[in-house]
Design a protein around this ligand. Sequence first.
Ligand code: PLP
Length: 381
Amino acid sequence: MIDEKLLMIPGPTMVPERALQEGSKQVLFHRSPEFGKLFAEVNEGLQYVFQTQNPVLTFPAVGTGGLEATVANLFSPGDTILSVITGVFGKRFATIAQNFGLNVYKIDFPWGQAAEPDMIKEQLEQHPEIKAVFVTHNETSTGVVNDLVAIGEIIHQFNVLYVVDAVSSLGGIDLQTDAWDIDVVITASQKALMSPPGLTFISVGSRAWKAVEKAKIPKYYWDFINARKYLDKNPPQNPYTPAVTSIAMLNESLKMMQEEGLDAIFKRHQRLAHAVRESVKRMGLKLFAASNCYSNTVTAIIVPEGIDGDVVRKIMSENYNVVVAGGQADLKGKIIRMGHMGYVNEDNILQALQALAAALQDVGYKGNVEEGLIKAKELLG
Ligand code: PLP
């Protein structure tokens, strides 16, 4: 038995007991009425968290699979897209598109900053052949949230599809798929949706379905049209064997989210994230993201000069049982990323901040960590 640690990474995240219990039940037959009922509930729950009337497709895969499925279903080789890159995950989406033979224009924004809608507009004006714009809602590698409403106002002036990677935001930060008229939204089970890794979800709107009908990139497993055909059955089904147990666990997490209500969930994320930011600032630490684009699901904290962030993380995990993530790519060792999304409460945040403070002191950090903890208690009390 592995000792249970508090996971404060930006996914996978802690799974509530109610969902864990579903995971310990016997496996269901995927064509049975019982599973049909359960999958129908899940689809309603997904439409609730996506804030959409669109069908939301479920595939057994992680988020990267959802990104790849989107590329394979919407385009033909040689199509052109614009990729808005604010960190590791924006870059990954662009690479997937390139690997499938698309022409990819990229706008690389400095890491730690949000995308500027005007620069997207410039590219769309210069390149009328662009068929879609890819945007990462919440850039998990830098703790930056992009303004989907402002970007949408630009995108909707052009005849292009608006495609959003919401893997680390959906269910933790407001994303109104229908009201904001976003054609495709992709997420995964293991972040704000409080479920284990292994499921990806893709909301596909009516304009996007027209593109799907024309798309020529080969696919079989990922085929949206086939997935939709089965989803439209009564009760809804999957073309192949779905991840029945993961879906049963997800159902419980989605029920909990509906009980809490999206507004309350977003406010909880906002309150906890604010407490993390204010606390670490009082400890004398700096945040990596610019102050106009702080994420409410993950905070990137700059490690002070002379301290190795990976050593701090190791101490946090081994001595204080709290797991946080490090920096990716060029940011390795330089930042610590604390996830605070999904099944997370005030006590978890305090525990994580206490572990951070203690580990920093252990490596000789001289900042006033106590002041940071007092601030956190004040904001969370
Ligand atoms: N997009 C974003 C914004 C992410 O944060 C992640 C994972 O952290 C992914 C895509 C990839 O998801 P997965 O690890 O489930 O493949």
